[in-house]
Design a protein around this ligand. Structure first.
Ligand SMILES: [Zn+2]
Length: 281
């Protein structure tokens, strides 16, 4: 039985898989702000879902960047009390198996690339647009090698532009993510119906997509996250056609299809890839 999780700032989704291919059972529970309480809830929910069956592998996502060893979070605006807490060690102690942690957006992208909208594509660019903007490059069903992760949301699209929560200026996130909508457009994302506002958002996003596409050269771009759901895709594609002049055509731009389960599928794929890597030839 494999244990999979996707820890978010508000809720965590916990699942188990008994065949390594599908999610057998899953549950959403509120994320405790306290780390020790969080571990307890995670373990209790896992026991409940697995019915006491032995856990043979653990993988999951956490919000924010991880340390080089991928053993804990080093920063998180959403879960400040989880920063630099020994998540990997605690889970290893509990289940006595190797534990794999990843950035949550990277796992969501991996899930979408392998089981969702990116199925069958070799190079997938995933952008999650919600309260912030995250992203990941997936190559042949694996998270592409990287030194410090991927941060397409913090590319500069306007010189000396809007202040981003990370401290930078003019970042994509500060133009297209939900956190900034009340300030920029005086309403929440879910209330925006004015096509002129969506047109503006689409234009900024197309600039970001142009940059991501010229650097990552993907076969397909998948847009996930709560903001993407209401995004007028045809507008984004039209602007992109105008901006992306160096390639004969833009790659396919599509919306995510898995939504809530994508992080768990990503965790499952992570365990699968690691298992193949460790298998003797
Ligand atoms: Zn930023």
């Amino acid at each position: 039985m494999l244990l999979l999780f996707d820890i978010g700032g508000t809720n965590m989704r916990i699942g188990v898989s008994d065949d390594g291919e599908t999610i057998t059972k899953s549950k959403i529970v509120p994320t405790p702000q306290d780390f020790n309480q969080g571990i307890l809830v995670l373990k209790q929910t896992a026991d409940e879902l697995s019915g006491g069956e032995k856990i043979t592998g653990v993988a999951g996502g956490v919000p924010g960047p991880l340390d080089k060893e991928k053993s804990m979070q080093v920063a998180s605006a959403q879960l400040p009390n989880w920063i630099e807490k020994p998540l990997k060690t605690e889970l290893k102690k509990a289940y006595n198996v190797v534990v794999h942690l990843e950035n949550d957006t990277a796992l969501v992208g991996l899930g979408e690339a392998t089981k969702g909208a990116g199925r069958g594509k070799s190079i997938v660019a995933y952008l999650g647009i919600g309260t912030g903007v995250g992203g990941v490059r997936i190559v042949d069903q694996k998270i592409d090698k990287n030194s410090l992760g991927f941060e397409p949301g913090h590319q500069i699209i306007v010189a000396d532009g809007n202040l981003c929560n990370c401290g930078g200026k003019g970042h994509l996130e500060a133009y297209v993510s939900g956190t900034y909508f009340p300030m920029l457009y005086h309403q929440k994302g879910e209330d925006i119906t004015d096509p002129a506002i969506w047109d503006k958002i689409s234009k900024y996003l197309a600039i970001g997509l142009n940059n991501t596409i010229v650097h990552w050269s993907p076969d397909i771009v998948i847009l996930g996250g709560s903001v993407s759901a209401s995004l007028p895709l045809e507008k984004v594609q039209l602007y992109l056609k105008e901006y992306l002049t160096i390639f004969p055509q833009a790659p396919e731009i599509v919306k995510a299809t898995l939504y809530q389960d994508s992080g768990l599928y990503g965790a499952l794929q992570l365990l699968k890839v690691i298992e193949y890597t460790l298998m003797p030839l």
